[in-house]
Write a protein that binds this ligand. Structure first.
Ligand code: RM4
Ligand code: MN
Ligand code: MN
Length: 397
């Protein structure tokens, strides 16, 4: 399919409106539960993580914010907020979503908001409320709690009581939000709880979001689904109910592998973006969605993997933007199955890279961000400056 001037214009407009938030933890040495391989250019401090994120933004032009994890990035809690914001600002960035951490401390061995011990439930709630205060100081709109609560063996936990503790805890946390803040509730089918997880799927997250209050939404981490699950249908339903808050973008071959977005199944990512753009076309309203990356770059060079991620997301978003909506709806209405499917597929098969390159040029960016980053010499300088202090920092695994 060759592109008309109108389609090119559509791609430009879609990319103008497409911002992606980078995760601070993707620039640090992360790994699997079997260990971490050190990368001598990896960031260890929040300052270094922000500097690396700024490189991604510099070459892609679409990543103005960085998601943070309170315990990993703000060791001094509230006191870390102002310096981190200032550091971000100096780099042309801002601090984005704030993730509380109620899964790492020893007290959380048997859960956080659903711990049978009242004092631990209280501690978890206090930490989430503190995280909301941090988010107020950093000017962050979204709080993104993720919970490991659940159980590992049948008979060891009262699932109904856990559910009620979650309703109670999330409602209390919601009470601390400023009027313009949101709480995005993430779900995950398993790990580290392997028998039952309290917030295991989108239905549970949706129900809890509704119980928590009017500023709560669901966060869809693309890796947190069983194989063959129809993620775009979940997205379509949440959009229709006004309950889709945002994404943690990544890819997976099995589950929660935190691989590079689109590396295993780019058609899946395209279908998700297609549902969002279809919704926007039909309603005439922009979906209020935070697009965040959540990946663990344990083998690839971290900044390069992030540039690869962001440019893949832009390509797939651009492909979704060129779906001929009028034609697709006509085919759907007349049940012309082959024509409808071919209409969708021809957009996916379109080579949008020249137009995405044009979009970059028009904004003063290099047409090939990865190449331009490699030519900048930043990585070499980072390795020299950081040599000797590369170490695994607190993060997953
Ligand atoms: C979880 C989930 C959360 C992330 C943690 C570290 O699997 O994806 O978003 O914060 O990992
Ligand atoms: Mn996630
Ligand atoms: Mn995950």
């Amino acid at each position: 399919m060759s592109l008309s001037a109108r389609q090119e214009e559509t791609i430009h407009r879609a990319l103008d409106a497409f911002e992606i938030e980078l995760p601070s933890w993707a620039f640090a040495n992360t790994g699997t539960r079997f260990g971490k391989f050190l990368d001598s250019s990896a960031a260890t401090t929040i300052g270094e993580k922000l500097a690396d994120a700024a490189q991604v933004n510099r070459f892609t032009g679409c990543c103005p914010s960085v998601a943070v994890h309170v315990l990993w990035d703000f060791p001094e809690g509230l006191a870390s907020a102002a310096p981190a914001s200032a550091a971000a600002q100096n780099l042309g960035l801002r601090i984005g979503s704030v993730s509380p951490n109620v899964f790492q401390d020893q007290e959380y061995k048997f859960g956080s908001l659903a711990n049978p011990e009242g004092s631990v439930r209280r501690k978890a709630l206090d930490h989430i409320v503190d995280s909301i205060s941090i988010a107020k100081l950093t000017g962050s709109r979204d709080i993104t709690p993720w919970f490991t609560d659940g159980s590992n063996y049948p008979g060891t936990a009262n699932m109904r009581r856990h559910k009620r503790w979650f309703e109670e805890g999330l409602r209390a946390a919601h009470g601390a939000l400023a009027p313009d803040q949101r709480m995005l509730i993430e779900y995950k089918p398993f790990e580290p709880a392997f028998y039952h997880t309290d917030i295991a799927d989108w239905g549970m997250a949706l129900q809890l979001a509704k119980a928590a209050g009017s500023q709560a939404r669901v966060l869809v981490d693309t890796g947190h689904h069983y194989q063959t699950q129809n993620i775009e249908q979940i997205v379509a339903w949440l959009l229709d109910d006004g309950m889709l808050g945002g994404f943690h973008l990544n890819d997976r071959r099995y589950a929660d592998d935190d691989l590079t977005l689109g590396s295993i199944d780019p058609y899946q990512v395209f279908r998700i973006f297609n549902e969002i753009l279809f919704f926007e076309w039909e309603t005439g309203a922009k979906a209020d969605i935070a697009y965040m990356v959540d990946q663990s770059h344990n083998l690839k060079p971290k900044i390069e993997e992030m540039i690869q991620t962001v440019t893949s997301a832009q390509d797939l978003f651009a492909k979704a933007a060129v779906v001929d909506r009028d034609q697709l709806v006509r085919h759907q209405n007349s049940c012309s199955l082959i024509d409808a499917e071919e209409c969708l597929k021809s957009a996916f098969q379109t080579d949008v890279r020249p137009i995405v390159g044009e979009w970059r040029r028009a904004r003063g960016l290099a047409p090939h961000p990865l190449r331009a980053f490699r030519e900048s010499g930043y990585l070499k300088r980072a390795i020299e400056e950081r040599a000797g202090h590369a170490q695994p920092v607190a993060s997953y695994a």
